[in-house]
Design a protein around this ligand. Structure first.
Ligand code: SF4
Length: 133
């Protein structure tokens, strides 16, 4: 399984919203798998991943939203840096979650995610609050 950096945070806030039905179904299945198999090995990436595989913005394996300042690729790298995970590193999902708990804060997340179209719904911040207890 490959997951891009910013999707580790999207997973926490996911409430069944997405680009279209196929995208939502795929994301839902991936999250269910991760929640059932905490030991699953994940390759952390900064390009299209298993969640992107059903996205309408994924054109021939490239994200059309990927390459501009503040784009998702920049978010991937910023988030992985905060978590202390290298791009391309293989990590257990439960270790990623522990690193989010330890290193990610609402403030850092706001700085990185504030211009995302889903962020203002508030679900993502609620997700990280819940995780950190
Ligand atoms: S917009 Fe880009 S990064 Fe986001 S899910 Fe679609 S292909 Fe992946």
């Amino acid at each position: 399984m490959e997951i891009r950096g910013h999707h580790f945070l999207c997973i926490l806030g996911f409430r069944g919203l997405g680009y279209d039905e196929k995208f939502v179904k795929n994301m839902d299945e991936i999250i269910r798998k991760l929640n059932n198999e905490h030991d699953m090995l994940i390759k952390a990436v900064d390009s299209v991943d298993n969640i992107c595989s059903m996205c309408p913005n994924n054109v021939n394996g490239e994200c059309t939203e990927e390459e501009y300042p503040g784009s998702v690729k920049g978010k991937d790298r910023a988030i992985l840096k905060i978590l202390g995970i290298e791009v391309g590193e293989v990590v257990r999902y439960k270790d990623v979650v522990d690193k989010i708990k330890e290193n990610m804060t609402e403030e850092k997340m706001m700085n990185i995610c504030k211009d995302c179209e889903w962020f203002n719904l508030g679900y993502c911040l609620e997700g990280i609050r819940k995780l950190k207890g």
